[in-house]
Design a binder for this molecule. Structure first.
Ligand code: MN
Ligand code: MN
Length: 387
């Protein structure tokens, strides 16, 4: 272990105090020390923080968890994180063979597989179907209103779901069992052309997530549709994309340009090495919704009018950046920081501060910022966007 890694570990394990240079004072308690250790920039903000910004962090770890016979699900929506109006997130576990039951909803669904494997199914408005298996680093997208299901394969699975409306709730989707339980049996009999008694064994209420058995090979679950399969695939191998390698990390971008069906969610999977950072930038198209997969990081969001606030994040946290606000993300741990940036948009876009400055007349930059020549020389070498 290097001296700097040891230093960072010592700092992380120490009891942090809200003292910065000549301001603040120690906290004798009562206090929640593990929470303070996870949020050192909340307890002791950098001196550059200023003004009143809304909360831009919520952890799945403090979201209500809905446990069912086949797994669990918890959500971070506008109810948990009120600023997050564009996207809502759900974190779900399905045990081996368990099913997130056949359903649909008003919002489009984007998902990234975090652990294990699942089988997904869907049928579109033209009677074209889709069945596929997805593993770690794969994603799927179901347009609004398209019915679908998810089933855990041999080892079960855990995934992140994102919906293109912050008001979405996983608890108010349209479930096949719920619908049939609330339709007169005489109507069901007429609809399917059979006897009422044929529905005696129908579940009395919704199943949601329930235990079933692990399905056979993908080929055994293929259903021949007269209209064929969906014209644009609903799944994509995001992690298998060749990453863009940048100074200090990598990025993989998936949007409607390389995953055409994904018309309302654009995504970037970002990795930042220890000591490195995602450079100062902003996004010209929409708010940014983040999900932290691994490592530790911090972000300061600049909100104009002299306002800025810093947040710390770790695996399982959701972060948010309102439209156009400037920000950076710094790896503050000793392992790779990995996270997803999601946008309610058909395309990914960002504007790099360095690139903006490098491509603007140097005299104009100097008239504003009075920078040292070393900064100006560094800028001339900086042409690459993203990380
Ligand atoms: Mn769904
Ligand atoms: Mn960003």
């Amino acid at each position: 272990m290097s001296a700097s890694v040891q230093h960072r570990r010592d700092k992380m394990n120490a009891v942090p105090q809200p003292v910065r240079e000549n301001v603040g004072g120690t906290d004798p308690g009562p206090r929640n020390i593990p929470l303070d250790q996870q949020n050192p920039d909340m307890l002791t903000p950098p001196g550059t923080d200023s003004g009143t910004l809304p909360n831009l962090k919520f952890s799945f770890g403090i979201a209500h968890n809905r446990l069912d016979t086949g797994g669990w699900a918890r959500e971070v929506t506008v109810r948990e994180l009120p600023i997050a109006t564009t996207i809502a997130g759900v974190n779900m576990r399905l045990n081996p063979g368990s099913i997130r039951e056949l359903h649909w909803h008003k919002e489009a669904e984007w998902s990234y597989m975090l652990d294990g494997r699942a089988r997904i199914t869907a049928v579109d408005q033209d009677g074209r179907n889709f069945v596929d298996d997805v593993g770690v680093g794969d994603l799927w997208y179901f347009p609004a209103g398209i019915p679908h299901s998810i089933q855990g394969l041999g080892e079960g699975c855990e995934f992140l779901l994102a919906f293109d409306n912050g008001s979405f709730s996983e608890n108010s989707t349209f479930l096949i069992s719920d619908w049939l339980a609330h339709t007169p049996k005489q109507v069901l009999a007429k609809n399917f052309g059979v006897a009422e008694s044929d529905f005696a064994t129908l579940p009395a209420r919704e199943l949601y997530i329930f235990q079933s058995s692990v399905p056979g090979p993908l080929s055994s679950d293929k259903v021949a549709a007269p209209a064929g399969s969906v014209p644009q695939t609903f799944s994509h191998h995001m992690l298998a994309q060749e990453p863009v390698r940048c100074k200090g990390g990598t990025v993989r971008i998936t949007d409607s340009r390389n995953f055409p069906v994904s018309k309302t969610i654009a995504a970037a999977l970002v990795e930042i090495e220890p000591g490195a950072m995602r450079e100062l930038h902003w996004h010209p198209n929409n708010d940014e919704w983040q999900y932290y997969i691994a490592g530790r990081g911090r972000m300061t969001v600049f909100a104009s009018s002299g306002q800025a606030r810093t947040f710390d994040y770790q695996a399982g946290d959701v972060g948010y950046v309102p439209f156009a606000m400037g920000h950076y993300i710094e790896n503050t741990g000793d392992t790779t920081l990995r996270f997803l940036e999601l946008f309610k948009s058909d395309h990914y876009a960002d504007i790099s501060l360095n690139q903006w400055m490098a491509l603007t007349p140097p005299k104009l930059i100097q008239a504003h910022l009075h920078l040292d020549q070393k900064v100006m020389r560094a800028l001339r070498k900086e042409k690459s966007p993203v990380v």
